[in-house]
Design a protein around this ligand. Structure first.
Ligand code: GLA
Ligand code: GLA
Length: 668
């Protein structure tokens, strides 16, 4: 059987949506397909939630409707990303096996009636999910419309942690493989504290609700175990698809957005042919375009810099936030092209036709309740045409940045465990601050898993890397030794892989690299701030530390660490330096610090440009494309020239990017 050739599932940039024809009478389908053609749709994800329609009783299949819609789509030249339906098991399966429903930390079992209502360790769901995957792969894997596989949906979105007895047994098995024996586990978890010592693995439970602070070693192990369980589930479904249809690429839609961190996706990328992501804006966040950029950059890092697929975003409002604001005019196009600029070779939405009934009927779609005669559908058609004109960009990659920013899911889990020095230390905050400062400065950054190779980067930013992965200090030291700038921020390098403090002064993992020794954390009261001697303002956190082998660039003028260093730099011959920042700077102060670090490394913006204009360059065998996205309501000049693929017109040096618009310059 032939292997997947690596060919992208569509010729140009993929355009489409989740398509849920089972929600509609069959008379609507020809209209759907005609409208898809009008909009230039090339790829739809089908069957994600249709298990109950496909297999109304165990072993009895209703394939007719799926046969007919696949044929209709194929005749219209629309490719299909066919899903395995495990995200929504049918009611009969739940009734036959109520033990597969997940249980929360309070011991409460969920009921069926929504979706993702299964415990990932349940052998029942594993058996039935792989069974139905095989049925679908065998029946449809060679249908000419089917271009790729979509495994399940947003794994772990609603059922990320389960505390049932089946999970408990699976957790104990997993622990047995992680620790040589129970004494090793006792040492790793520090169970001598509060006399929590275990005599055997059989005595261990998931971290269910207990009287007060649970054991952090147990909590962290359970995060890892649960993430691994989803990796295993993905692997099991993917293995069936690969066995039956080795010629088709396999993906699953990640949730790299906002605060979701139930899975360490670095463990899943080896299992996938194409990395896909879903992204929804926080509608009330005034800097939502910067959050989008940060998420898209993280996805590109997971994809190893290769093109990825935006599997879902929204044409306008969602329905699951407290206030679901409609997108502003032009915002849908800007969002879509921001993802493309940052490496997406496909722009898909949830969902094609806005539902008439059900939990998401107030979530926007490509065809709104108002129908074809609507501004929204006209905008969708416009976006399809624009993406059509960008077809030549497909296959190119975002130009490698000189700046890298590291992130790490185990650090995220561990840094936000209970009973830490301050609830105001949130894992992503400083990462977003740094990314946002670079975004505003117009400087490209690759956002990489902390285990990545750092060769070629001149600046490496290391926010809140609380649990330093093995070898990272040495890799950072190499960056400094070859003349690069490394910036480490507070609450990094504090613990070992089991969440045990590295002794002798913080940050144990980075003391030598930074030339500092922290004796005590001194967080601030709620809303508090401190003044630094260089005019900066710090918030959230300070530290009492000495800089024995580093220069003090700024010290605290006031607050709990008054008179002590705040920002330091350990320089080495050849120009390299390791900077240490012990507080959370406010946005203007962070911008100043980032500018200093960039100057030290001689890193400049891609193109000199005014604030509010986002610039990204993609490069490929046939040339380069400069994306310029105007996030302001005024026209902004762009000092670059080339043919604008959006309008088809030439763009002269210094011509403006109209308010709220995007230009994509070939050759710039
Ligand atoms: C997620 C899911 C979709 C849908 C959208 C709504 O991304 O994958 O099925 O629920 O959210 O925003
Ligand atoms: C979560 C996801 C959204 C959507 C909602 C709906 O919040 O992030 O994409 O699926 O659930 O329940």
């Amino acid at each position: 059987m032939s292997r997947w050739t690596g060919r992208w599932p569509t010729d140009g940039i993929a355009f489409g949506a989740d398509y849920n024809p089972e929600q509609w009478p069959e008379e609507v389908w020809p209209d759907d397909v005609a409208l898809m053609q009008e909009a230039g749709v090339t790829l739809v994800s089908l069957g994600i939630f249709s298990w109950g329609e496909l297999e109304p009783e165990e072993g009895r299949f209703e394939f007719g409707w799926l046969d007919r819609i696949l044929d209709l789509l194929h005749e219209a030249g629309i490719g299909v990303d066919l899903a395995t339906p495990s995200a929504a098991p049918p009611v009969w399966l739940h009734l036959a096996h109520p033990e597969m429903l997940p249980v929360d930390a309070d011991g409460q079992r969920f009921t069926h009636g929504s979706r993702e209502s299964w415990c990932v360790s349940s052998p029942v769901i594993r058996h039935h999910a792989t069974r139905i995957a095989r049925v679908i792969a065998e029946r449809y894997g060679h249908h000419p419309a089917v271009k790729m596989w979509h495994v399940s949906n947003e794994l772990a979105c609603h059922n990320g942690r389960c505390y049932c007895d089946v999970s408990a047994a699976a957790f104990r098995d997993w622990l047995g493989k992680q620790y040589t024996d129970i004494e090793a586990l006792n040492l790793a978890w520090g169970t001598a504290f509060w006399g929590q010592r275990y005599a055997s693995f059989e005595q261990i439970l998931p971290p269910r609700r207990t009287t007060t602070i649970p054991n952090p070693g147990q909590r962290l192990a359970f995060e890892r175990f649960s993430s691994d369980a989803f990796v295993d589930h993905l692997e099991a479904e993917a293995a069936v698809l690969r066995e039956v249809t080795p010629h088709l690429p396999v993906t699953t839609n990640y949730m790299v957005m906002g605060d979701f961190h139930q899975i360490d996706y670095t463990q899943t990328t080896p299992l996938l042919d194409i990395v896909s992501n879903d992204h929804y804006l926080g509608a009330e966040d005034p800097r939502r375009f910067a959050e989008l950029a940060f998420s898209a950059d993280r996805v590109r890092g997971l994809a190893g810099g290769k093109p990825w697929l935006l599997m879902e975003h929204s044409t306008s409002a969602v329905n699951w936030q407290p206030r679901n604001l409609a997108k502003q005019p032009g915002e849908m196009v800007r969002n879509a092209l921001q993802h493309v600029a940052r490496g997406a070779d496909g722009v898909l939405f949830f969902q094609w036709r806005q539902s008439r009934a059900g939990a998401e009927k107030y979530h926007s779609g490509m065809v709104p309740h108002a129908g074809r005669d609507s501004e929204l559908f006209r905008d969708v058609v416009g976006l399809g045409a624009t993406l059509g004109r960008l077809a030549e960009v497909r296959g190119s990659t975002v130009e490698k940045a000189r700046v890298a920013l590291l992130w790490d899911v185990p650090s995220w889990w561990a840094s936000e465990l209970e009973a830490h020095p301050s609830v105001d230390v949130r894992y992503l905050d400083v990462a977003r601050d740094l990314h946002g400062a670079l975004f505003d400065a117009g400087v490209a950054v690759d956002v990489l898993p902390a285990t990545s190779d750092l060769a070629g980067y001149d600046v490496v930013l290391v926010p809140t890397l609380y649990l330093a992965p093995p070898g990272v200090a040495a890799r950072l030291a190499e960056v400094v030794a070859r003349g690069g700038q490394v910036v480490v921020t507070y609450f990094s390098g504090i613990v070992d892989e089991h969440d045990r403090v590295l002794l002798g002064g913080y940050p144990g993992a980075f003391r030598d690299l930074l030339g500092v020794r922290v004796e005590e954390f001194a967080p601030l009261a709620a809303g508090g701030s401190v003044s630094l001697s260089d005019g900066s303002t710090g918030t959230v956190w300070t530290e009492r530390f000495t800089a024995d082998d580093a220069e003090v660039l700024a010290s605290y003028d006031d607050g709990p660490s008054a008179g002590r260093p705040a920002l330091t730099r350990r320089s080495v011959p050849g120009g390299g330096a390791a900077w240490y920042l012990s507080t959370r700077l406010d946005a203007p102060s962070m911008a100043t610090l980032v500018a200093k670090v960039l100057t030290a490394a001689d890193v400049t913006p891609l193109v000199p440009r005014p604030g509010g204009l986002e610039i990204v360059r993609r490069v490929g065998e046939s040339g380069s494309w400069l994306f310029a996205i105007n996030h302001t309501d005024g026209d902004l000049p762009l000092l670059a020239e080339g043919t604008d693929l959006v309008t088809g017109a030439p763009h002269g040096l210094g011509a403006s990017v109209p308010a709220g618009s995007v230009v994509v310059l070939r050759g710039a």
